[in-house]
Write a protein that binds this ligand. Sequence first.
Ligand code: UD1
Length: 420
Amino acid sequence: MEYIVINGEKSLKGSVHIGGAKNAAVAIVPAAVASGGVCVIDNLPDIRDVRNLAVAIEKLGAKCQFLDGNTLEIDASCINTHVADYETAINMRASYYLLGALLGRFGKAEVPMPGGCDFGYRPIDYHLKGFEALGATCVTEHGWVKVYAEKLTGANIYLDCPSVGATINIMLAAVFAEGTTQIENSAREPHVVDTANFLNMMGAKISGAGTDIIRISGVKELGCGRYTIIPDPIETGTYMIAAAITGGDITVTNIIPKHMDPLTAKLRDMDCQVEEGEDYLRVYRTGELKACDVRTSYYPGFPTDLQPQMATLLCTASGTSVVTETVFNNRFQYINELKRLGANLKVDGRTAVTRGHCAFTGAQVGATDLRSGAALILAGLAAKGETTIGNVYHLDRGYECFEEKFRSLGADIKRIEKDE
Ligand code: UD1
């Protein structure tokens, strides 16, 4: 078993290069399945979910070759099955994108019910309703989702909430639907825009990505090409919060500062200094952090994927803060582990309250999901003494080289193996 061991209370300083966006990468790699040819994808984060997806599409018959750790060449011309490999697909949530991509290109797809982080109930009913509106039949049986269509026809689809997964999945299938599809109340996240840009680069006709109405005019086939993935806003945010929680001074580089506006605004409310350049942000603080309230929402609201890291930071501020989670119904599971490190958070339903003034102290803890793992790392970096974090595989799903990156900023952090 692997563990991360941190000796905390080091003030992190320096600059850190941010990798490609995980949630864009895990949509764009399956989107390459829709192409009949060879695509090269640059700035892919070297993380477990991306490597797993490459295996998943290889098992469909595609040829995948990593030209280096961050560039993947995919030849989707040789795909010979519409049935995803169970063992590979079950390990991540994004395998659900194979449904839209295979349905669009071949008129059929079979994929196991998706796995991924457990934040409570995570249905895919909007995805299926969208496919049905395009003319597909959807069956869920024996843990598999099966979708079939003689023909896909454009339709108007209204999403009850702006689901990222449903927006991208419907877009993937609608690329090949005859006529025009309109997705209303679509998600506006940067990775939705990135996926649309990738598909357009291959010849799709998608407009409106980044707004709440996306229009897709169907095409008969897609070509191929080379595409660079946007930087990861969640990785960026995690290092920005690391600067704040350790009283450090970190410059995050290779980023899109605009994507960070919801976090930048909150850090400034807390009296953190955030300096903005064209493709970087510098974060540092000169005094105590002020308390503030945070409410997660869809983009451009405060991202739920930074909620655990932000709640951890707010524990150390100088007063009472209220964190409200509106996107998922059970995303405070990490707080029990955080309490082992001294967090003073109280949870009531979708709200967590901290009185602040928390001085974390090292302890043995376990990550419960990807971003909770990041929150524990942040608390460990601030904590007095040694923190040992288990279930490291959660972090490896979404953070590229995180020990090396934190070490380069001055953290005392290492990965160890020990027997259970
Ligand atoms: C994606 C991200 C995840 C992020 C989340 C919200 C990926 C691979 N994962 O997850 O990191 O936390 O967006 O930004 O990109 N819902 C339904 N029915 C559906 C679909 C969603 O009820 O068919 C609900 C969900 O339960 C949730 C809300 O809609 O309450 C938003 O979920 P959604 O945006 O779809 O999240 P994911 O795509 O699963």
